[in-house]
Write a protein that binds this ligand. Structure first.
Ligand code: NAP
Length: 249
């Protein structure tokens, strides 16, 4: 067990995949989890399941790409919760394509949803953390943001941007005892990667680049994220942790 002292966390993209696993892992450790997703159904189902198994969760449907909606959500949450100590910026989308075929909409949708959303959530939720002199922020980057990936100019740029944001905020917030780290997953089995995982020929090609020769599980990412959110990780900040079966080494 890690130490959490009854903290409260907000996890974006908690309706499915990696975010769902993070929400469930934190809830099992006694953390109250605010589960954010785009659709009310997905975050509602995750929060209901956590509450049914004895944990504490609240569902919140917010489009993270909408800065005004995020600001309103944060204002309401900060009235309801005495503190939101942990922020996991995990919501993300892909709109893949080679650069010459990539529309400006596909570029900006990915940048706004994956990167600009982190700016908005962090701006609103980090201020009370500074007053409390305690906070944990984890940004879900990607191996694509570390190494680049053909067909993902928008996504790689967003994820590399998250890494720069992580390192800068780690420096800005360190004096307030807030740590800011990034996790860079490789190929993890979720809805986002179904097309790679479920087609044997494509899966075999992808796994050529993975030294551990398997796709990751959402729990692999959740375990690292939970550690970075715990008391035990209090001396770690500004780092990027690859959880990728060895892809980016
Ligand atoms: P996923 O299964 O597709 O789930 C994405 C989650 O993000 C869903 O809950 C979705 O909400 C939410 N979301 C997307 N757009 C949103 C928006 N505009 N507003 C609010 N919520 C939104 O994805 P995943 O594989 O778990 O990925 C989670 C994170 O890990 C992403 O940032 C992704 O880039 C990163 N990552 C994943 C992999 C991988 O191999 N899977 C690898 C590297 C990095 P709904 O449930 O309402 O649709």
């Amino acid at each position: 067990m890690l130490t959490f002292n009854n903290r409260t966390a907000l996890v974006t993209g908690a309706g499915r995949g990696i975010g769902k696993a993070i929400a469930e892992t934190l809830a099992k450790q006694g953390v109250t989890v605010i589960c954010v997703s785009k659709s009310a159904e997905s975050c509602g189902a995750v929060a209901a399941s956590i509450n049914a198994s004895g944990g504490k969760a609240k569902a919140l449907a917010v489009d993270v790409a909408n800065g005004t909606a995020v600001a309103e959500a944060c204002e309401n949450l900060l009235k309801e919760f005495p503190a939101i100590d942990i922020l996991v910026n995990n919501a993300g989308i892909t709109r893949d394509g080679l650069l010459f075929r990539m529309s400006e909409t596909d570029w900006s949708d990915v940048i706004t949803t994956n990167l600009t959303s982190c700016f908005h959530w962090t701006k609103h939720l980090a201020r009370p953390m500074t007053r409390a002199r305690w906070g944990r922020i984890v940004n879900m980057a990607s191996v694509s943001g570390v190494m680049g990936n053909a067909g993902q100019a928008n996504y790689s740029a967003a994820k590399a941007g998250m890494i720069g944001l992580t390192k800068t905020l780690a420096k800005e917030f360190a004096s307030r005892n807030i740590t800011v780290n990034a996790v860079a997953p490789g190929f993890i089995k979720t809805d986002m990667t179904t097309e790679f995982v479920n087609q044997p020929e494509i899966a075999a090609k992808v796994l050529e680049a993975v030294p551990l020769k398997r796709f990751g599980e959402a729990a692999d990412i959740a375990n690292m994220t939970a550690y970075l959110c715990s008391e035990e990780a209090g001396y770690i900040t500004g780092q990027v942790f690859a959880v990728d079966g060895g892809m980016a080494m």
